[in-house]
Design a protein around this ligand. Sequence first.
Ligand code: MRU
Length: 363
Amino acid sequence: MKIDGRPHRTIWRDGDGRVAIIDQTRLPHRFETVVLEDVAAAAHAIAAMLVRGAPLIGATAAYGMALAMRDDPSDAALAAARARLMATRPTAVNLRWALDDMTQRLAALAPDRRAPAAFARAAAVCDEDVAINTAIGEHGLALVRQAPEARGDTVNILTHCNAGWLATVDMGTATAPIYLAHDAGIPVHVWVDETRPRNQGAALTAWELGRHGVPHTVIVDNAGGHLMQHGRVDLCFVGTDRTTATGDVCNKIGTYLKALAAHDNGVPFYVCLPSPTIDWSLRDGADIPIEERAGEEVSHVTGLTEDGELARVLLPPQASPVANPAFDVTPARLVSGLITERGIAPATAEGLAALFPEHARAA
Ligand code: MRU
């Protein structure tokens, strides 16, 4: 992505080698960056959602491990950093994937070699994410090109939450085909689900699509079914936080309802799935841990006042209890296909095993 004409990632090392991120809790109204000083700051950034989105959570955790090794490369510090970062968010499996990857590599090294190796591996995790997302974009672009509407009309794509540039190191997963299609001159328009309670669609997806010049419209979460009934959605592209070896897809709360509506209306429903988001140890989506977040995310909303100030207001009666399950599981039968970096698989155990035989064998 470009910010003010300059290429930008969501996590990077600045001129002094410090690890920096965009504070996504301030978007879309403020663009602020934050330096992660140590592993505690990395853990806080993930838990408080300064960074979010499964791939970016993994990349931040990798840098968190590197910061921990810089400060104390002992075995005890390695184990403590892993435990601390692992406790931040339960659903996105990229977190465990990155921490296992880092721990395995670093534990094999003498302590004095761990810090430079950790920073190098964290940078590689970021580069791999960008390569994966670019490949997902190419495979998804073929689907956009095949849509009958691509012959002269606008292709209307619905997406949920933010599986965009901001959820990854760059490109996004669900947005990668959209950016490539737009750049290739295919007229695309994106229906952006607001995505209550945290509004990642309205705040983040709308912001980044706008920055890239992609036509889009923000809709309330309840509008998607209606638009599908009226032939106004040609394709759905969503991301995922964890997909089982059998193709059950866990993603932001509300994804399941969109998949049901898409199924009922014959709208193709694709999940953009980087391989680090596949949990090869699970065969049933019901076994995926679903994060329950603070009720305040439901009871309060933050926005810009007419005076240009950020304000937080209460919606329901103060005394009303609220619940906040942050993710849901879309059964594989509702998924038209899984767009991975190695190609598009049917949402089945066989489909994923055919593309990733080495993982399927090991599981
Ligand atoms: O709670 P969040 O904002 O971290 O949830 C993000 C999502 O659900 C994304 O769709 C998912 O992580 C895929 S990101 C490429």
